[in-house]
Design a binder for this molecule. Structure first.
Ligand code: URA
Length: 433
């Protein structure tokens, strides 16, 4: 078999066979197929697409390129969640304890990632002492004991995806639905959970800007999961503005704790309950979604979800005083109000610009060696639909420098106003099972 023939076939819009897909993935992982041929194939897939059968075969080949995690030592039906990424997305810190409070095990491997704010692990490390480097035995022990553990990835999961994703990033081939679906699902399938809930973001701050594309991606991913033996549900949720009000590492932990203690931040609470309800139904803890939702809502009110979070933090060495009293979490030196110089109704808050403003403050990494500053971040004071008068505060920047000009400029770019009243966007567009 020759790589050039595979590229030629896909370039001409033909379906690839299982042997061809495996030849490519195995050869590329080993280093036998050079980057220039892999890039050409990625571009051919970008333009010609793949039918669901090919995407499933690609995903399976990427799973088989490395190790898979065996979670069979964990009692019960293990559920996982994945978000396609958004600004202010601290849902994992709410959903994990909520699901654990219903006695359903969540064994979650997460990343740090480049980006606007830190990844899940960076956010957890805002809590003094929190240890994300667990051995496999500790990880399994913690899940059996407390129903929840979140740790850094161990093992060599889907190495083909790691290599291909890095290549796609520099060859303008990231935005392809079969390639994204295969990439995300290969990592999820290798992580060993029995069921998966996907939070597919849609809107200006998401990978997928239109509902149509988000739906296509969600359908493709649920089909792969279900066909490969994992019950998979996708929720399409809105990312036309950041989720909740807090962006940054300690800031996001603070907001998650508030929700776990019963605070009513509407979009964040609603989406967390939605995801957690589907997870617990997939695990068989409840028969119906409505019953799950109602019970989990009670767990936010009666302290059960917060207690699950507390136990999880303590089990991973975190200082629980910092979550019992969130003013003890890392703090920035300066709190700068950015005020509006126009009036009207907030029509848009570009999540990417807000994320970039947070990154400039030091909340995220521009390169993988950058150090995260856990105390800096942004608090939104106005969201879509809010009425704004001249001089009203739009956001508070929590910064370590006195005049973070570049972040202030980004905030001004992020907000757009309308003279007419604006409705806040629909939060949950669709659930695909
Ligand atoms: N996230 C991934 O893990 N892979 C993609 O291709 C896109 C987003």
């Amino acid at each position: 078999m020759r790589m050039v023939d595979i590229i030629h076939k896909k370039r001409n819009g033909k379906e690839l066979m299982e042997e061809e897909i495996r030849f490519f993935i195995e050869g590329y992982t080993k280093g036998d197929i050079p980057d220039y041929q892999a890039s050409a194939l990625m571009m051919a897939i970008y333009f010609q697409g793949m039918v669901p059968r090919e995407t499933a075969l690609l995903t399976k080949a990427m799973v088989d390129s490395g190790e898979t995690i065996d979670l069979s030592a964990i009692q019960g039906h293990k559920v996982d969640k994945h978000s396609t990424g958004g600004v202010g997305d601290k849902v994992t810190f709410i959903v994990g304890p909520l699901v654990a409070s219903a006695n359903v095990p969540v064994a979650k491997m997460s990343g740090r990632g480049l980006g606007h704010t830190g990844g899940t692990l960076d956010k957890l490390e805002s809590i003094e002492g929190f240890n994300i480097e667990l051995t496999k035995e500790q990880f399994i022990h913690n899940v059996n004991q407390h129903k929840l553990s979140i740790a850094g990835q161990t093992g060599n999961l889907a190495p083909a995806d790691k290599k291909l994703y890095a290549l796609r990033d520099v060859t303008a081939t990231v935005e392809s639905i079969p390639l994204i679906a295969g990439s995300i699902m290969s990592k999820k399938l290798a992580s060993g959970a029995d069921s998966i809930v996907l939070d597919v973001k849609t809107g200006s701050g998401a990978f997928m800007k239109t509902l149509e594309d988000s739906k296509a991606l969600a359908k493709e991913m649920t089909a792969i999961g279900n066909n490969l033996g994992r019950k998979t549900v996708a929720i399409i949720s809105d990312m036309n503005q950041p989720l909740g009000f807090e962006i940054g590492n300690a800031n996001e932990i603070k907001e998650a704790v508030a929700i776990l203690q019963g605070a009513k931040v509407e979009d964040l609470r609603r989406l967390s309950l939605e995801i957690a309800s589907h997870m617990t139904v997939l695990a068989g803890a409840f028969e119906h979604y409505k019953q799950a939702y109602k019970t989990l809502e009670q767990h936010l009110e009666n302290g059960k979800a917060y207690e699950a979070f507390r136990q999880f933090v303590i089990a991973q060495g975190g200082n629980a005083d910092m979550i019992d009293d969130v003013s003890k979490l890392p703090q920035a030196k300066h709190h700068i109000q950015v005020k509006s110089d126009t009036e009207g109704y907030v029509a848009e808050i570009d999540a990417e610009s807000i994320g970039t403003a947070a990154m400039y403050l030091g909340a995220g990494r521009a390169t993988k060696d950058d150090k995260i500053n856990h105390g800096v971040g942004i608090t939104l004071k106005k969201k879509i639909g809010d009425e704004v008068k001249k001089g009203d505060v739009l956001v508070t920047l929590h910064a370590n420098k006195e005049n973070p000009e570049d972040s202030i400029r980004k905030i001004a770019e992020a907000y757009r106003f309308s003279d007419e009243p604006v409705e806040s966007p629909t939060l949950i567009h669709l659930v695909i099972q």
